[in-house]
Design a protein around this ligand. Structure first.
Ligand code: F3S
Length: 277
């Protein structure tokens, strides 16, 4: 059985940067992140040992310093932090910042802002904050039919980790219903590459294993792509979840990981599969 690994594995640039910022902030004592810094339990536990704790609201933060994670936050959080006299260490990924800035720009230019993404995701909640929560969030082609885009100037941004095929289909549907559209393709380079890698691997492998947090949006997208193109696909968080029977009659297995999955875990998964007899 041949085991192939995705070209890009390990933390993406944004996750690596947010961890570095948190580690620097924690040098002089305990600090708090607003929400978990990344979707990986082992890394979160390790960070906790280094004094980087999780808070769910600014009131819960016991330290002077607070860390904004890579997903970003709405302006109201920065204002609240000021009221509580917190010192912000901003881990917002520059690619997320770009979505926020472009949405704001469109809003100020008078466009009806459409955010293609998942409404409940923290990145989208943050972006909405930059346009006074007045944007339309669209997740699927079906959602497009709920709105009347006719005679409106439509400005589009997309969640950094969104799936390319769904994004393009949604844009096409909106095009059919409107006259003027301005689009910023704000999917991040890491997402583009990982999704492309995963699609190619899934097409050539009998089984796909996607490693990453069950709450991680970008990992879930990789799993969906794997299910679409491969005969069998599994989403695991830890190497211990691997089951021997998944690989019965398989000639090739592809392994890919989310952008907050440490490289070592993906490599460990590959090694375990290679040793299955
Ligand atoms: Fe940033 Fe993309 Fe990673 S938006 S946090 S580089 S998945």
């Amino acid at each position: 059985m041949k085991v192939k690994i995705a070209e890009v594995i390990g933390f993406c640039f944004g996750v690596e940067r947010a961890i570095d910022i948190a580690l620097k902030a924690s040098k002089e004592g305990e600090v708090f992140t607003l929400g978990p810094l990344i979707h990986n339990k082992e890394v979160i536990e390790d960070l906790e040992k280094k004094g980087i704790k999780i808070a769910n609201s600014i009131e819960e933060i016991k330290s002077k310093k607070m860390i904004i994670r890579a997903h970003g936050a709405p302006p109201s959080i920065y204002e609240e932090a000021k009221i509580f006299e917190k010192e912000i260490y901003d881990g917002t990924c520059p690619y997320v910042k770009l979505v926020q800035n472009k949405a704001k720009e469109l809003f100020e230019e008078g466009y009806e802002v459409v955010i293609i993404g998942k409404k409940e995701h923290p990145e989208i909640k943050g972006v909405l904050g930059y346009i006074q929560n007045k944007g339309i969030v669209i997740t699927s082609e079906e959602d497009v039919h709920k709105y009347d885009f006719n005679k409106k100037r439509i400005g589009i941004v997309v969640q950094t980790t969104f799936r390319e095929d769904i994004f393009l289909n949604i844009v096409n549907r909106i095009l059919e219903k409107s006259f003027e559209i301005k689009i910023f393709n704000t999917r991040c380079p890491d997402t583009k590459l990982r999704q492309k890698n995963t699609r190619e691997l899934a097409k050539e492998c009998d089984v796909m294993i996607i490693v990453g947090g069950k709450d991680s949006s970008n990992t879930k997208r990789l799993f969906e792509i794997s299910k679409k193109y491969s005969k069998k696909a599994y989403h695991i968080e830890k190497p211990e979840e691997i089951k021997k029977e998944w690989f019965k009659n398989a000639n090739s297995v592809g392994v890919a990981g989310g952008s907050s999955t440490p490289k070592e875990i993906v490599l460990k998964v590959k090694e375990i599969i290679e040793n299955i007899d």
